[in-house]
Design a protein around this ligand. Structure first.
Ligand SMILES: Cc1cc2nc3c(=O)[nH]c(=O)nc-3n(C[C@H](O)[C@H](O)[C@H](O)COP(=O)(O)OP(=O)(O)OC[C@H]3O[C@@H](n4cnc5c(N)ncnc54)[C@H](O)[C@@H]3O)c2cc1C
Length: 386
């Protein structure tokens, strides 16, 4: 029987970063990942690093650590992540007042510059001047999300970590102690198990009666092959509706709205944006919707049409660009950075999921988590109780 110090459920960016940091402190770690071809939030992500977005002492420290880790990660992991510093253009709709929208960004640690329409279109000529009343410009980081994840996984393997392709069907529970996991093919035992399963995290835990504040949206986007032009900036709306539905979704009751037996939903929203990765491919999005059934069927054709229509308003030349629809579940927490830590009244089980600004905060929190495990205390992890 094979046993580990740690089993990490999920090989997206959160599980891969955490598994690497745990292996780095000398622990015997296995990642269990159900898919051999990635089909998760990480694969569909823009890979943006919003290090300007800190709003508190805690997030400021984590943002500084996160961007510093990302800048140095190709050297540390010995693999390319396509990290680069790039402008973020937050588009202000024609019917919105630029000064009011700008004022709402006062709370962040780095203040944006307000560009008028002609300044913005001079830098990014593909923007439709009639659709916007201005642009907020911010310094941003960007990685290729899948390369970032694979770089962590390769370094993890070099440290002796194992990646097992198998679906966890159940946590092995003895009383209030989690002893490992049952998969479709086998059982794996570990002193500790951490759930990094993105949108499915809540269901893995709920199946053994553990309720945690990790929720999820369904996201829809279009991915393209590399194109023969370059956008000068990452383009997203200044007023993002996604945060509103996450805030609403996390305030709804765990037992009634988010129960496991009945599917509930909230109306979909669309935040039109386009992000070009270093390899010149584009991610165009994004629709977000709360549907509590993790196996809900999404109408891809309608979603694609809506995304094309909305992006066509901001960036008309992208409306008909060849591309493929993708959908995924994206975890989020209750207005917090993430749901990270041990679980009250249970032993051997942890959660590391539901991140906001995942490519900024997850690498930093993975280091703090490993430090907490190695030393028994960490000033950051102790502030993240849920
Ligand atoms: C369109 C879009 C744009 C985004 N842009 C950004 C951005 O610019 N910046 C940013 O920071 N974030 C962004 N995000 C969010 C970010 O991508 C996610 O928060 C992040 O990828 C989540 O990582 P994860 O590891 O928690 O989940 P996932 O990537 O979903 O990984 C979870 C893994 O767990 C596995 N799993 C689940 N259940 C089981 C099981 N039972 N057994 C074994 N394995 C299991 C899944 O197969 C999956 O691989 C974006 C997301 C989307 C959709």
């Amino acid at each position: 029987m094979k046993t580990y110090d740690w089993i990490v459920i999920g090989g997206g960016i959160t599980g891969s970063a955490l598994a690497y940091e745990l292996a780095k402190i000398g622990l015997k770690v296995a990642i269990l990942e159900k898919d051999s071809t990635p089909n998760n939030a990480t694969y569909s992500s823009y890979g943006g690093i919003a290090y300007w977005s800190a709003t508190s002492i805690l997030t400021r420290q984590l943002a500084e650590e996160g961007i510093s880790i990302q800048r140095n990660l190709p050297t540390e992991l010995g693999a390319e992540t396509d990290f680069r510093e790039i402008d973020l253009f937050l588009t202000i709709q024609a019917d919105e007042d630029p000064k009011t929208v700008l004022a709402d960004y006062d709370r962040f640690s780095i203040a944006p510059t307000l560009l008028n329409v002609s300044e913005a279109c001079k830098i990014e000529p593909l923007l439709n001047p009639n659709a916007i009343s201005g642009v907020l410009r911010l310094p941003h980081g960007s990685v290729h999300p899948q390369k970032n994840t694979l770089a962590y996984q390769a370094a993890f393997r070099r440290l002796g970590g194992e990646i097992i392709r198998d679906r966890v069907v159940e946590l092995l529970r003895e009383g209030n102690n989690i002893k490992g996991v049952k998969t479709t093919k086998s059982k794996y035992y570990a002193a500790n198990t951490v759930v990094c399963a993105g949108g499915l995290s809540r269901y893995i835990l709920a199946a053994v009666g553990i309720k945690v504040p990790v929720f999820f949206t369904y996201a829809q986007l279009i991915k393209t092959e590399p194109v023969n032009f370059r956008l000068s900036a990452l383009i997203m709306p200044a007023v993002q509706k996604r945060f509103e539905i996450e805030s609403k979704g996390s305030s709804l009751d765990l037992d009634t709205f988010w129960n496991e037996s009945e599917c509930q939903s909230l109306p979909a929203i669309l935040d039109p944006g386009a992000v070009q990765l270093q390899d010149n491919s584009l991610c165009i999005g994004q629709i977000s919707q709360i549907i509590t059934d993790p196996e809900a069927k999404i109408d891809a054709a309608t979603g694609e049409e809506q995304i094309r229509q909305e992006i066509g308003t901001i960036l008309p030349s992208l409306a008909k660009i060849p591309g493929t629809w993708h959908g995924c579940r994206v975890a989020f927490a209750n207005n917090a950075i993430a749901t990270v830590g041990s679980i009250d009244n249970y032993d051997g089980i942890y959660v590391f999921s539901g991140f906001t600004s995942t490519f900024l905060f997850a690498p930093a929190l993975a280091k703090h988590f490993a430090n907490w495990i190695a030393t028994g205390e960490d000033k950051i992890i102790s502030q993240l109780s849920f």
